[in-house]
Unconditional design. Structure first.
Length: 352
C-alpha cells in the first residue's frame, strides 16, 4: 500500500529511495520487524534473571558512643538535663519584716551563673559560650549549683568583660583574666531538705574539690544569722563602708523556689547625687546624664520622665547604690528635677 504525498504522487517507499540516492554511503538497512525488539539472550524469558547481581557494599559501622563532658553540647536531654526553669530571684527587703533568724550575706557584684550539671547558664538560661573548657571541667557532673562568677570588689565591669563580652579567641590574656575569677555557691537547688541541709551539701562539695586542687575556684557564700534589726543595719554599714553593694537575706529553713520569692531579699543603702541631663536614650527608653566629673551614663527612669524629659542641661537628682571605679553610679535612677539650682551651682562655676 502506497502513501501519496501532495501532488508528487510519490509513495512512501519511493520517496525514501529518492532520499537514499542523494546521500553517500551504503543503503539503509530495512526497518526492523517488531519481533527484533524482544530480548535475544535466549529463547526463555527466565534467562533474564539468571545473571548474578553484584553484592551490595556493607553498611557503614555505627558511630562510636558519645562521651559527655562539661563542654559537650547535647541535643538529647537526660534525666539530669531538665529544661531550664529559671533562677531564684530576690525581692526588695522591707523593714516591716523581723530579720531575726534570717541568714545575711554580702551581695556580690558579679555575674550570676547557674550550673545545671552539664552547662553553665546565665540568669536568662543561655549557655555561657565564652567560659573556657578548663573552667567548665572543674564543675561537678550532674550536680546543679546556683552561684555567681565574681572577680572581686569593685571589679564588676572587668568581670562582665571577661565572662560575657570578651571571646577567648580574641583575648591573648584570657588565662590571666580568668585566674582572677572564682565561683561562689549560693545554693544546691536539687538537693533534699531545707536551706541549711542544702548548704551542708555545698560544703561537702567544696571539701571534695579542695582535695582535687580546686578549692580556690569554688567558694561558699559566707552567711551569718541575723539577731535583729540593729544587727542588720550594723552589718549593712560595715559592707557598704568597704565599697560593697549591700546584703542578701535568706529565710531560714526555706526551699529553693524557681522565680521571684519573698524568701530571698536584697538590702541596699540608696544615695542621691545631682547630675546634668544630656538627652533621652531611645534605645532603652532611658536617659543620658553627666556627672560633675564629666562622665556620662545611662539612667533608668519612669515612663513619664522618658516621654516628658527635662530641659537639656537641667539638674536632676539620681538615686544610686554607689560608684564604679570609672566614676559611673551603680544602678542609677532618676528621681526628680532640681529647679532650685543650676548646673553652675553644682560644679561651683560662675555663669558665663
Amino acid at each position: 500500500m502506497s502513501l501519496f504525498l501532495g501532488r508528487t504522487g510519490l509513495s512512501r517507499r519511493s520517496s525514501l529511495c529518492c532520499v537514499s540516492h542523494r546521500l553517500p554511503g551504503p543503503p539503509p538497512s530495512p526497518s526492523p520487524s517488531p519481533s527484533l525488539y524482544l530480548p535475544s539472550l535466549s529463547s526463555s524469558p527466565r534467562s533474564l534473571h539468571t545473571t548474578p547481581l553484584s553484592p551490595l557494599p556493607p553498611p557503614p559501622p555505627p558511630p562510636p558512643p558519645r562521651t559527655l563532658t562539661p563542654s559537650t553540647p547535647t541535643t538529647k536531654r537526660t534525666e539530669a538535663e531538665k529544661p531550664f526553669k529559671g533562677l531564684l530571684k530576690a525581692s526588695v527587703w522591707t523593714y516591716k519584716k523581723d530579720p531575726t533568724g534570717w541568714w545575711m550575706s554580702e551581695k556580690l557584684d558579679g555575674v550570676r551563673a547557674f550550673w545545671d550539671g552539664y552547662h553553665l547558664r546565665s540568669k536568662n538560661g543561655n549557655v555561657m559560650v565564652n567560659v573556657p573548657a578548663v573552667v567548665l571541667e572543674r564543675f561537678p557532673i550532674g550536680v546543679a549549683l546556683d552561684g555567681e562568677l565574681w572577680g572581686g570588689a569593685d571589679r564588676f565591669q572587668e568581670t562582665c568583660t571577661t565572662v560575657i563580652r570578651r571571646q577567648i579567641a580574641n583575648d591573648p590574656n584570657w588565662e590571666e583574666n580568668w585566674a582572677k575569677i572564682s565561683y561562689w555557691i549560693f545554693d544546691v537547688p536539687e538537693a533534699d531538705g531545707p536551706l541549711e541541709s542544702r548548704l551542708a551539701v555545698a560544703q561537702s562539695l567544696l571539701e571534695e574539690n579542695s582535695d582535687k586542687g580546686r578549692g580556690r575556684f569554688f567558694n561558699l557564700v559566707k552567711m551569718e544569722k541575723c539577731r535583729g534589726e540593729e544587727h542588720l543595719k550594723q552589718r549593712l554599714n560595715v559592707v557598704t563602708s568597704k565599697g560593697g553593694e549591700g546584703l542578701m537575706m535568706r529565710q531560714g529553713g526555706c526551699d529553693y523556689v524557681y522565680g521571684r520569692s519573698n524568701t530571698l531579699a536584697k538590702v541596699k543603702i540608696n544615695s542621691e547625687v545631682e547630675m546634668k541631663f544630656v538627652r533621652p536614650n531611645d534605645e532603652g527608653k532611658s536617659l543620658i546624664a553627666e556627672t560633675v566629673n564629666g562622665v556620662q551614663c545611662v539612667l533608668k527612669c519612669s515612663p513619664y520622665d522618658f516621654f516628658n524629659p527635662p530641659n537639656v542641661g537641667a539638674v536632676i537628682s539620681v538615686r544610686h547604690t554607689g560608684f564604679h571605679p570609672s566614676g559611673k553610679p551603680r544602678f542609677p535612677f532618676m528621681v526628680r528635677v532640681r529647679k532650685d539650682v543650676t548646673w553652675s551651682d553644682i560644679v561651683g562655676e560662675e555663669p558665663q
